[in-house]
Write a protein that binds this ligand. Sequence first.
Ligand SMILES: [Zn+2]
Length: 169
Amino acid sequence: MLLDVSRALRNPGEVFPFEHHERIAPQDISGEQVTFDEPVLLEGRFSMSGNDLTLEGVLTATAHSRCCNCLGPAQVSLKVPFREVFTRMDRGWENPEDDPDRWVFSGSKVELEHLALTLALLELPIRILCKPDCEGYKQMAPQYAVSQKNNPFSVLQDLLKNDQNDQEV
Ligand SMILES: [Zn+2]
């Protein structure tokens, strides 16, 4: 979604606070679906200097996925500080030597969806757990297998577990 920075364009050097609501579409990460509560919040301040808009603050988001250990629902709270520079590129003005990875904007509005996605994904743990000491693996261990033998879901869970192990290799 777009953040209106026209105030900063009119007043270079002046710092303006902002609070921006963003959304992050569901992501497929190593075969696991990760969804984000709405809104993803970006708050902080921005200022303009020359063609550069500096945006700094904190991204707050809640991600949902499946616990690596027990396959139950897992939630991750993210708070990601950021400081990024967006360069104003007016329509028709292109520099082929420009770094394609740099953040740019045109006009008086800045698209922040891609920034929010990048910040959130970099902060997500590689192994998402429902709680830090989830004992899902222990429950899957052979010594517990007897009690699960008559549980039709245990077969399904084993399949899912194997599937997941394959993907981690
Ligand atoms: Zn778990």
